[in-house]
Design a protein around this ligand. Structure first.
Ligand code: NAD
Length: 290
């Protein structure tokens, strides 16, 4: 396939490289990032999109996605598919899908989980919103860049799945960290805490697969000085998107709201920026109730 790829940063770069390795012709555009080997450099986003069967975007946020979409949609051939893999707000995803449809194009919102490691290894999970036809067109590319693609529903459904998942993740990570800090103060050994909770009803991905306590459970960023992994500011971005969506849909999400507030102070007023999101544990360790 002929692929245009816009946004070749930490995630987009290795994703585009995997498409090249699989034999696809990829033309890329980025304001700053270098082109991975084998990706042809375009002078603009519109140039990267011209003549492409599929245009993939991997950009920082919804405002940038809207600006790039406004530039590439007029350059794309009828029947081509615009596939956004960024994590953005549901409203931007739906607005871009509407504009693409009005221009006779297919559109998918296809945010990912799996992080930079998953992007490099080609093991991402894609959560996809859009038509069956557009999903079928891009599915072979999802299979190269990832290990799983779930077609979640119509436009916006992929972003909805992503922010709901990450709202659960943020909340359970905080709950796991505060419970470890309480266990410390109660004199409970951390390994014993892990042994019990990881096989009891308090278990979760945060405890079992990504344990925030160093030296306990599987190897995780806690064992590497809380170097990300999944940075606290990226968790904050996703929690804010969940609260923006909850506001727009009039959904009551008190735990998500509190998680967003805690990660806001962790990133903006404490030492959370640039640290893994599981570094909430040392944050709680240092604190009392006051
Ligand atoms: P990044 O900042 O490394 O990459 C974004 C790239 O977009 C940069 O290279 C930037 O130069 C480029 N860009 C910005 N504006 C542009 C424009 N107008 N035209 C062309 N290029 C432009 O970010 P990333 O870590 O690759 O994340 C990309 C997206 O993936 C984000 O939406 C993020 O939330 C999501 N995501 C990231 C991770 C992760 O672990 N990094 C995991 C899941 C999802």
């Amino acid at each position: 396939m002929k692929i245009g790829f816009i946004g070749l940063g930490n995630m987009g770069g290795p994703m585009a490289a995997n498409l090249v390795k699989a034999g696809h012709a990829v033309t890329g555009f980025d304001l700053a990032a270098p082109m991975p080997e084998g990706v042809t450099k375009a002078a603009s986003a519109a140039e990267a999109a011209t003549g492409a069967d599929v245009v993939i975007t991997m950009l920082p946020n919804g405002a940038i996605l809207r600006a790039v979409a406004a530039e590439v949609i007029p350059a794309m051939a009828a029947g081509a598919v615009l596939c956004d893999c960024s994590t953005v707000d549901v409203e931007s995803a739906r607005a871009v899908a509407d504009q693409a449809a009005a221009a006779g194009l297919g559109a998918l919102d296809a945010p990912v989980s799996g992080g930079v490691g998953g992007a490099a290894a080609g093991t991402l999970t894609f959560m996809v919103g859009g038509s069956d036809a557009a999903f079928a067109t891009v599915k072979p590319l999802f299979d190269i860049m990832g290990q799983k693609a779930v077609h979640c529903g119509a436009a916006g459904a992929g972003q909805a799945a992503k922010i709901c998942n990450n709202m659960i993740l943020g909340v359970t990570m905080i709950a796991t960290c505060e419970a470890f800090a309480l266990a410390d103060k109660l004199g409970l050994d951390r390994q014993k805490m892990f042994d019990v909770v990881s096989t009891s009803s308090g278990y979760s991905w945060s405890m079992n697969a990504y344990c925030p306590a160093p030296g306990v459970g599987p190897t995780s960023p806690a064992d590497n000085g809380y170097k990300p992994g999944f940075a606290a500011e990226l968790m904050l971005k996703d929690l804010r998107l969940s609260q923006q969506a909850a506001e727009a849909a009039d959904a009551d999400t008190p735990m998500g709201q509190l998680a967003a507030a805690l990660y806001t102070s962790f990133v903006e007023a404490e030492d959370g920026k640039g640290r893994d999101f599981s570094a909430m544990l040392p944050r709680f360790e240092k604190r009392g109730r006051g």
